[in-house]
Design a protein around this ligand. Structure first.
Ligand code: FAD
Ligand code: DHB
Length: 391
């Protein structure tokens, strides 16, 4: 049987970054991923990196491309009642900013870095099963082309996302907090130059819409829809008509149109599993928590988790001390719940809720009106949106 120090399940941003940070500290790991390499790289998801995430990429030597190709944004717009209002995040936070850089680019950079180290990263493995983590002999069992394999390790890192196997392996000993939203997002990537240099979050009476981008030639757009919306009912012309209706403002601003390169529907939920550590099984990223995407926090929370986890594991291997591993969950949950609160707040402020009353909508508009006219309220939004530094 093979041995490693940390068995990592999942090659999303959390698993790959953890493997990379451990490598830099001389700690061996095996990464097991159920999907194929192309699938993992092509999966279109988040695009907003907090400063802490960019700093982590740079500080760990995988930041060259994000520095070259990432787009630094110092503000965002909130649109309602036909007007766009800019929130100057950098001025309000003492110089912090976000960077637009696709999650799939982050994953591509991290896979390249992993392959260069020669440490194991296995795609298309089957039947991954964590074992023995309640005692002191954890192991990962899995199959490759139907053949059984096993890796013994000191710790198992569950970085296998919301639908992974690690969280459920801890069974009923985890406490779960959950909230589903009665809407989802229909997202597209379009071959069109972004018509605004910054993101636009719009509360429109027809529903929420978001204008974002991936590069000077590619626009990313989202529409509030039903959680189980059927994409077959959304030919390109309908998508553009709805985006234009919800995003254009009285000053004539509207998104540029172009060939639609990709379409998808995502449901929305808030979810937290507590604690994030169960004996020698450590959960990180979406395996432990899900936020609705409105606050752009999912990927950034995953990065904050593995940054902390790598330091805790390094301290264990260097000194034998479990102190940071013991604190891993409590510290992570504090950041997680703050992100939960912020993401819930952004979501409820910006979406139309089925069954809401005219009072509810007026109250939402009043909240937005207050937000864009109060420096205190804008500062609160800005400091949460750009994110606090990682520990
Ligand atoms: P994931 O990226 O989910 O990675 C987990 C990995 O584990 C995957 O590669 C998966 O294939 C693998 N895996 C699963 N089960 C197993 C198993 N049994 N064995 C081995 N490997 C396994 N966030 C935003 O901020 N903005 C967005 O617009 C946004 N859009 C999203 C759209 C979708 C469809 C989804 C699902 C998420 C979106 N998110 C968004 C959230 C953000 O992408 C996640 O928070 C981020 O991917 C978390 O990274 P992770 O590594 O924890 O999990
Ligand atoms: C993007 C995604 C988000 O969830 C968000 O809040 C802002 C931008 C994006 O994919 O670009």
């Amino acid at each position: 049987m093979r041995r490693t120090q940390v068995g990592i399940v999942g090659a999303g941003p959390a698993g790959l970054m953890l493997g990379h940070l451990l490598h830099l500290r001389g700690i061996d790991s095996v990464i097991l991923e159920v999907r194929g390499r192309e699938y993992v790289i092509d999966r279109v998801r988040a695009g907003v990196l907090e400063q802490g995430t960019v700093d982590l990429l740079r500080g760990s030597g995988v930041g060259d491309r994000v520095l070259r190709e990432g787009m630094r944004h110092e503000g965002i717009y909130l649109a309602f009642n036909g007007r766009r209002h800019r929130i100057d995040m950098t001025a309000l936070t003492g110089g912090r900013a976000i960077t637009i850089y696709g999650q799939n680019e982050v994953v591509k950079d991290l896979i390249e870095a992993r392959v260069a180290t020669g440490r194991p990263l296995h795609f298309e493995v089957g039947d991954v099963a964590p074992h023995g983590f309640e005692g002191d002999a954890p192991a990962l069992r899995f199959t490759v082309d139907g053949e059984p394999h096993e890796v013994a390790c000191d710790f198992i890192a569950g970085c296998d996302g919301f639908h992974g196997v690690c969280r459920s392996a801890a069974g009923n000993d985890l406490r779960v907090y959950e909230r589903e939203y009665p809407f989802g997002w229909l997202g597209i990537l379009a071959k069109a130059a972004p018509s605004s240099s910054e993101l636009v979050y719009s509360n429109h009476e027809r529903g929420f819409a978001l204008f974002s981008m991936r590069s000077p030639a590619v626009t990313r757009l989202y529409l509030q829809c039903a959680p189980d919306e059927d994409l077959a009912e959304w030919p390109d012309e309908r998508i553009w008509a709805e985006l234009q209706a919800r995003l254009q403002t009285d000053d004539g601003w509207h998104p540029n149109e172009g060939e639609i390169l990709q379409k998808g529907v995502t449901g929305m939920r808030s979810f937290v599993a507590e604690p994030m550590r169960y004996h020698r099984l450590l959960l990180a990223g979406d395996a432990a928590h899900i936020v609705p995407p409105t606050g752009a926090k999912g990927l950034n929370l995953a990065m904050a988790d593995v940054s902390r986890l790598a330091s805790a594991l390094a301290a264990f291997y260097e000194t034998g001390s479990m102190r940071l591993l013991d604190e891993y969950s409590d510290r992570g949950l504090r950041r997680t719940w703050r992100a939960q609160r912020f993401s819930w707040w952004m979501t409820t402020m910006l979406h139309r809720v089925p069954g809401e009353t005219p009072f509810d909508y007026r109250r939402q508009l009043a909240e937005l009106d207050y937000l864009v006219s109060s420096r205190a309220a804008m500062t609160s939004l800005a400091e949460n949106y750009v994110g606090t530094p990682f520990e």
